[in-house]
Write a protein that binds this ligand. Structure first.
Ligand SMILES: Nc1ncnc2c1ncn2[C@@H]1O[C@H](COP(=O)(O)OP(=O)(O)OP(=O)(O)O)[C@@H](O)[C@H]1O
Ligand SMILES: [Mg+2]
Length: 346
């Protein structure tokens, strides 16, 4: 196989996903839940956007609206500039989605029947669909289960079939709602490899996950949602830098001499272990580290490294800030609001 989607990088506009001002209120017996409130983002071809947020934040609702499965009250979804609501079939033909809990599989059909059925729905000729199904099952290591019904597969296997189904028609945009949930280590690594390769081939990927290490590894950009609203969006590397602290850790090759604290007197350095210390660069004019090193000289050192936040720390901090700003908006029942006149017309 030349590639998974086999079509090579796409032009910047053709495969781009734009989500514009999506909103959704669910009416319930006790009132209404504002699940998604004015969410906008863009995923370029070849880019992986990690869409993160706590339980009930509105991720799945956003993904379902993006896939054309839930009707928003307002807002629009565009692929290659074409509106999902103006041209539903043309746009969904460019989209592939793995939804929560592999719900779009028929449990009583075999794996191959599911994939061929999906191919037929996407107007693929039967022979092409067969070839494609074989190719994808090979890719995820399920070729030997093609003739088993989906209900006889393990949950992780079903998750992989759901991914194959989403890829049958070589979509430009891939929506993945917790694709590695419940997968064993090796299977999780396999899915990550597939996602990486798809992005390299030019697919735009929107990924939700609670595994923040997976998000950090795979994403080019990150968006965080809480209470139905986006609370952060940016390039993953920039976000990590922004949340990193101006602190250096110095590691010695052997335990510090007993007078190390006295030697560092007056400098923003704190001994944190028998062979470690941290240097606070908050008010640094450029010479702090040199001054610390002069006082440590000639003690042998092995490493000096700057603090680097990970996505888990960013997530905690952002969600803490967001809680202060907006409260638990998503889970609070609000009076129903009338659907706004928006781009949704049909
Ligand atoms: N069909 C529905 N009817 C009523 N309320 C709904 C419906 N679907 C979702 N909600 C509500 O909308 C809010 C957002 O739910 P959503 O499933 O989008 O969250 P999520 O971010 O995907 O959460 P999780 O991390 O748990 O998957 C929740 O308060 C949920 O109860
Ligand atoms: Mg969800």
């Amino acid at each position: 196989m030349a590639g998974i989607n086999g079509t090579g990088p796409r032009t910047a506009e053709a495969g781009a996903l734009q989500v514009e001002n999506l909103s959704k209120v669910f009416k319930t017996r006790t009132g209404a839940i504002r699940a998604v409130q004015g969410v906008s983002f863009r995923v370029a071809p070849g880019e992986v956007l990690a869409f993160l947020g706590p339980n009930g934040a509105g991720k799945t609702t956003t993904i379902k609206m993006t896939a054309g499965l839930v009707r928003p009250d307002a807002g629009d979804v565009r692929v290659g500039g074409v509106s999902l609501y103006a041209r539903h079939d043309a746009v969904t033909a460019q989209l592939g989605a793995v939804l929560e809990g592999s719900r779009n599989l028929y449990w009583r059909l075999t794996v191959r029947e599911n994939l061929e059925y999906w191919g037929a729905m996407r107007r693929m000729p039967i022979r092409a669909a067969r070839r494609r199904a074989d190719e994808l099952l090979e890719l995820v290591g399920l070729a030997d289960r093609a003739r088993n019904t989906v209900q006889t597969l393990s949950r992780g296997m079903q998750q992989k079939v759901a991914l194959c189904q989403a890829l049958m028609h070589r979509p430009h945009v891939l929506l993945l709602d917790e694709p590695t949930l419940g997968l064993d280590f090796e299977s999780g690594e396999g899915i990550k490899r597939v996602v990486r390769q798809l992005a390299q081939e030019g697919t735009a990927v929107l990924l939700t996950t609670h595994q923040l290490d997976v998000a950090q590894e795979l994403s080019d950009r990150v968006a965080m949602i809480r209470g139905g609203r986006l609370v952060l969006e940016g390039a993953t590397a920039d976000v990590l830098t922004r949340y990193s602290q101006p602190v250096l850790t110095v590691v010695a090759a052997t335990p510090w001499p007993t007078d190390v604290a006295a030697r560092l007197m007056g400098l923003p350095a704190v001994v944190t272990g028998t062979d470690t210390l941290t240097v606070d660069l908050t008010d640094d004019q450029g010479s702090t580290l040199y001054r610390v090193l002069e006082r440590l000289n000639p003690h042998p050192l092995v490493k000096i490294e700057r603090h680097q936040a990970d996505l888990a720390q960013v997530f905690q901090e952002v969600m803490g800030e967001a809680a202060g700003q907006i409260g638990e908006a998503a889970s609070v029942a609000l009076p129903a609001v009338p659907a706004r006149e928006g781009a949704v017309t049909s």
